[in-house]
Design a protein around this ligand. Structure first.
Ligand code: NCD
Length: 530
């Protein structure tokens, strides 16, 4: 059996399955105990022990703990540890990330640890590296570890947070009740929790943040879809008035560097609602522990320093655990350990075969006998797209019909668009275009992507020759006029990296960017809409 961890990238926490993470935590437990007790033999079982095995740190954003714990972890392995000095690299001469990282991987480096403001960078590098490896006959593909990408995710922080929670609940996966406090809007460590906490069978999350710093809607939705019980509170004070206060509190820092001027003006007021105060201590349940990914601000810490020497302090051990977790992660990705792991879960469902353009039987009723909506004339040859945006307002429907016409490249000089009102009072749009249209599979996919839940009629010689119903495709990519609308995303055109946009359909029927995870409606993914 192959080692499933060898050469794997960790770009978001979901890249490792729940059972892979549970296996990982067992290994961290073993290595941590071995290091504390000085058990060299066990430590050696984890060590890569190869001075030519290249581990590269590339930190395009500031870091202390993540960078240094990875560096110390890499040194434990007696491997080759390098760092790219970003302020003096050719990235500043306009070189793309793909070129930079491909080059470094050509210099015999196997694992890259990458922090950046650009969201989804590791996912893109992982894709690119595969092609580079093939082009240059390199022996194996490089692995990329996301050490924090903008406001998106921080999967290795998630691993060390989870390990610390497990240490404090006796390594029990049954349930967790945790309060997430602070800047939930900008904090990538709490965003990783939307999938990360799936590790536990039953999850209750209390979110404590003023509206300006509240958890973004897409992560909230993810938590609910993952079956978490979620409650929201605007301040610690409000939370402590509620029943059933959590014993695990995970604080995050207000990320001033990511805030706009408008929010910055209110920083004092916002900070107050998420800063713990002495008078709150008696209101905490017995056995409460506080955690924090750190850093905390020296003048305005949300966990005040007078709590350092109390039993609430879980954050210092949490930061130390970061090194053990990263040692084990490197060992797994290098293939030093992990060969004994046997997966029982089946992989992600392959959705490529799903049919999203359904051919429907053509009605035998002759066109001339039908009642047509006012103004819609039967056409002899052409296409009719019906049921567009059913239930929306006439102006929304008209805007969207313009977009459909644009995206499909329909001839604007002929035919027209119509909004009709059904007997139930709801509106729908109809586009009709006379002409000789032959729609390829790619055209039909574009149609399903921009006009899901519509009907396409192909008219030839006055008869409906074919009729299709469209559904949302599971994936949309390979169209030049698609774009994620998050400017921080690696695939957004403002970043100039030439990354083609790619989206996956979510259970709620939105499209999630494959790089930054931002969700969009089917209308929002097209460049021409903006
Ligand atoms: C966090 C980060 O960079 O996302 N820190 C960390 O990695 N330990 C949190 C933060 O910067 O506030």
């Amino acid at each position: 059996m192959d080692n499933v961890f060898k050469g794997r990238s960790l770009t978001v926490i979901e890249d490792f399955s729940i059972e892979e993470r549970r296996y990982f935590f067992q290994k961290v437990r073993i290595l941590k105990d071995a290091i504390i007790s000085g058990d060299e033999k066990t430590m050696d079982e984890f060590r890569i022990n190869d001075p030519d095995f290249g581990i590269y740190e590339v930190f395009l954003e500031d870091s202390t703990r993540t960078k240094e714990s990875f560096r110390n972890a890499a040194k434990f392995h007696h491997a080759k540890v390098s760092e790219l000095l970003c302020s003096s690299s050719s990235i500043n001469k306009g070189e793309s990330y793909a070129d930079t990282f491909n080059m470094l991987s050509g210099y015999s480096n196997s694992i890259f640890i990458v922090r950046s403001k650009v969201e989804g960078l590791c996912r893109w590098l992982d894709d690119e590296s595969e092609l580079y490896t093939k082009r240059n006959n390199l022996p194996f593909k490089r692995a990329f570890i996301n050490a924090g990408d903008g406001k998106h995710e921080h999967p290795t922080q998630e691993l060390l947070d989870e390990f610390t929670f497990l240490e404090d609940n006796g390594m029990n996966f049954d349930s967790i009740h945790v309060a997430l406090v602070g800047d939930l809007y900008h904090g990538r460590t709490v965003h990783s929790k939307a999938d990360g906490l799936k590790l536990f069978n039953k999850v209750k999350v209390d979110l404590i943040a003023p509206p300006e710093l509240a958890m973004p809607e897409n992560y909230l939705e993810k938590m609910r879809n993952n079956g978490f019980e979620v409650r929201e509170f605007a301040s610690i004070e409000d939370y402590l008035q509620s029943s059933d206060v959590a014993k695990m509190w995970y604080f995050t820092r207000p990320q001033l560097e990511r805030m706009g001027e408008r929010i910055l003006q209110k920083q004092e007021f916002l900070r107050k609602s998420i800063t713990f105060r002495k008078e709150f201590i008696p209101m905490l349940p017995e056995g409460t522990k506080f955690y924090h990914p750190l850093p905390r601000h020296k003048e305005h810490p949300t966990i005040p320093t007078f709590l350092d020497n109390t039993s609430l302090n879980g954050w210092e051990r949490q930061a130390i655990n970061g090194m053990y977790c990263r040692m084990v992660l490197l060992s797994l990705i290098a293939g030093k350990i992990g060969a004994d792991f046997v997966p029982t879960e089946t992989g992600k469902k392959e959705d490529d075969d799903e049919e999203y353009i359904i051919s429907v039987p053509v009605s035998t009723v002759k066109k001339s006998d039908k009642n047509y909506s006012e103004g819609v004339r039967p056409i002899t040859d052409g296409i009719v797209i019906d049921h567009i945006c059913r239930g929306e307002t006439p102006s929304e429907i008209r805007n969207h019909m313009r977009l459909i016409s644009n995206v499909l490249g329909l001839d604007e000089s002929k035919g027209g668009e119509w909004v009709s009102c059904g007997s139930d009072g709801s509106y729908k749009g109809i586009i009709f275009r006379p002409g000789d249209y032959t729609l390829s599979r790619k055209d039909l996919k574009r149609l399903a992507s921009v006009a899901p839940h519509c009907t396409l009629n192909i008219i030839k010689g006055g008869k409906v020759e074919a009729k299709y119903r469209t559904h949302m495709p599971p994936r949309i990519y390979n169209f030049e006029d698609l774009s994620c609308n998050n400017e921080a995303c690696i695939s957004h055109p403002v970043n100039g990296e030439g990354v083609p946009a790619m989206f996956h359909r979510t259970p709620e029927g939105t499209f999630e960017c494959a790089y930054c995870g931002k969700t969009h409606t089917f209308k929002e993914i097209w460049k021409s809409r903006r």
